[in-house]
Design a protein around this ligand. Structure first.
Ligand SMILES: Cc1cc2nc3c(=O)[nH]c(=O)nc-3n(C[C@H](O)[C@H](O)[C@H](O)COP(=O)(O)O)c2cc1C
Length: 378
């Protein structure tokens, strides 16, 4: 029996297998509003056999968007379209999740295919998309050539923490069953955690306890609106891969504090705090972030999700079987093949009759297999 296809229960939510669709920003929203693109993009993964389908990084405030195309959940009007998407995902037997985020000093950025540089005159001229002032724990630009963000004052910090709570209330109303906080990849929550972006000298900076205060505050704010029985997950960058940055030992302490604040699982990523170049310490190979998921799981008892450069079904099976992580998230492999989970089930001999497929396709594929076998053609 495949472990990757064993159900898993977190709080009161049961996932039919261990495969999640990692959040993937589409940059296709207008004023933060979801549209048909998001329905089809997420819907095809719901048909492809994953158990948890995450909507992309969704901004909790308008200024917390990374680009003009980011999805948002800062006003009630944004709920309705998201609720239609949730309904579709759930009707197809999957769990709808949302990733809540704030870009901090990475706000006001151009879309990846336009260079991932700050919004500039070209955007104003061609798309009427204007730059805006980014907020951050400290006035340190994200990278060379980036404008200086504004250091957040006490009011801005407490309003942002509250915005995460309000976003959780809207997520609940929309029908999401999982919230993930985007506390990785150099976005606002990660900026507070990392000494590379946070050089404050007040209660929000300095010691690890101070730097994690914002993340803990966000978790508590969400839990005011998000019921105990629904999972709250944090995506963390377990290491910055940089001297003077976050190391796994710090992350383990942060996870313990987050657990106390009501966090149920850690989606374990790494890196992204700043600069354009990949840190020299970061060596990429299949599953290179899995050891961090394993360390967090072992040291804290908090379940983990492994992500990053995973594509082989046997490798994913081994991660679950060896208890290195409890779930697996895939991004680019699912862009290449949204049916990857269904194909993985066949490879792992967990679905030889196509019974995990939507019956509208599975029935035909099962009959075709039978015929091909009978004719000796395959
Ligand atoms: C198109 C695209 C958009 C992404 N957007 C997000 C995002 O909104 N939030 C996030 O946490 N990670 C985002 N990521 C990172 C992925 O979730 C994932 O962590 C990363 O791609 C590594 O997994 P992979 O090797 O399976 O692609 C994005 C990746 C891709 C390819």
């Amino acid at each position: 029996m495949s472990q990757l296809f064993t159900p898993y229960t977190l709080n009161s939510v049961t996932f039919k297998n261990r495969i999640a669709v990692s959040p993937m920003s589409q940059y296709r929203a207008k004023d933060g509003y979801a549209n048909d693109w998001h329905m089809v993009h997420l819907g095809r993964f719901a048909l492809g056999g994953a158990s948890l389908v995450y909507a992309e990084a969704t901004a909790v405030t308008k200024d917390g968007r990374r680009t003009h195309g980011d999805l948002g959940i800062w006003e009630d009007g944004q709920i309705e379209r998201l609720s239609q998407i949730c309904k579709f995902i759930e009707d197809e037997g999957c769990v709808p999740g949302i990733q809540l985020g704030h870009a901090g000093r990475k706000a006001s950025e151009r879309r990846p295919w336009h260079g991932e540089t700050p919004v500039d005159d070209e955007d104003v001229k061609h798309h009427n998309e204007h730059p805006w002032q980014a907020l951050a724990p400290s006035a340190i630009p994200y990278a060379e050539g980036w404008p200086e963000p504004k250091e957040m004052n006490e009011t801005e910090i407490s309003e942002t923490v509250e915005a995460f709570g309000e976003a959780a209330r809207r997520s609940l109303e929309a029908g999401f069953k999982v919230i993930e906080v985007y506390a990785a990849h150099g976005f606002l929550v990660h900026q507070f955690l990392s000494p590379i972006a946070n050089q404050r000298e007040d209660k929000w900076g300095g010691t690890l306890e101070n730097r994690q205060r914002f993340a803990v505050g966000v978790a508590k704010s969400i839990r005011k609106y998000w019921p105990e029985n629904l999972p709250l997950i944090f995506r963390l960058s377990a290491t910055d891969w940089l001297d003077g940055g976050i190391e796994i030992e710090d992350t383990i302490q942060t996870v313990k504090a987050l657990k106390e604040a009501g966090v149920d699982m850690i989606d374990t990523s790494t890196g992204g705090i700043g600069g354009k170049d990949r840190p020299r310490r970061m060596v990429i190979e299949q599953g290179f972030q899995v050891p961090f998921a394993k360390q967090i799981r072992n040291a804290t008892g908090v379940p983990t999700m492994a992500v990053g450069f995973l594509w082989d079904a046997d490798k994913c099976e081994a991660i679950i079987e060896n208890k290195e992580a409890d779930m697996i998230a895939l991004a680019r492999e699912l862009l290449d093949d949204p049916n990857w989970p269904l194909h993985a089930a066949q490879k792992l001999k967990s679905d030889e009759k196509h019974s995990l497929w939507p019956i509208e396709s599975g029935w035909w594929l099962m009959k075709r297999d039978r015929l091909l076998n009978k004719l000796g053609l395959r």
